[in-house]
Ligand binder design. Structure first.
Ligand code: ATP
Ligand code: MG
Length: 188
């Protein structure tokens, strides 16, 4: 089983991804976490990515391809994948289609975590106090939301037309949202 978690910044993708991966034994790809790891290590990729992330823009597809390829190489014998934060634009979605073909595999479902802007702002500003991510501030958040609307939202149509999209409300109790997701997965 291969799942994609789609949703705006602060939708709770990481939180739900951890719960889903634990229950269904999937390998978790979080491009955001992998990029932050590169930044912490001051690698070549990290140095390139930092400024772009802090501007609320998308890191170039060239960098993402590198990150994705090493993830799939390191998780070859996995029984399934959960992709969190990838794909984030149409070019990446097409790249993923190609990758799935190469792996003789396919996407089972794309789960859209739906959260309104007011909740996103509240969450990200309170997370900034806990985690201190340099892109979790009001100014960068406005840009991240803009990037999401312009570049990532077209994927909703893309996956809806592919009959893969399932929408879940991402507002409410974490475990309640998790149950809604589990029930979608159990019906696949
Ligand atoms: P959350 O995880 O809380 O929902 P988020 O989706 O904004 O928040 P991450 O997924 O951690 O956060 O991504 C942080 C930043 O990393 C993005 O704003 C972007 O700059 C960069 N990034 C992550 N994934 C990609 C990707 N697939 N393509 C391009 N840039 C990416
Ligand atoms: Mg995340």
């Amino acid at each position: 089983m291969n799942l994609v978690l789609l949703g705006p910044p602060g939708a709770g993708k990481g939180t739900q991804a951890n719960l889903i991966c634990e229950k269904y034994k999937l390998s978790h790809l979080s491009t955001g976490d992998l990029l932050r790891f590169e930044i912490a290590n001051e690698s070549e990729i990290g140095l390139k990515a930092k400024q772009i992330i802090d501007e609320g823009k998308l890191v170039s597809n060239d960098i993402i391809i590198n990150v994705i390829k090493s993830f799939f190489n390191n998780n070859k014998n996995s029984s399934g994948y959960l992709l969190d934060g990838f794909p984030r634009n149409t070019e990446q979605a097409k790249l993923l289609d190609k990758l799935m073909l190469e792996l003789k595999n396919k996407l089972s479902c794309v789960i859209l975590l739906d959260v309104d802007e007011k909740h996103l702002k509240d969450r990200i500003l309170s997370r900034s106090k806990e985690e201190g991510r340099s892109d979790d501030n009001e100014e960068t958040l406005i840009k991240r939301l803009e990037t999401y609307f312009n570049e990532t939202m077209p994927l909703i149509k893309y996956y809806n037309e592919a009959k893969l999209l399932k929408k879940v409300s991402g507002v409410g109790e974490i475990m309640h949202i998790n149950q809604s997701i589990n029930s979608i997965i159990d019906h696949l």
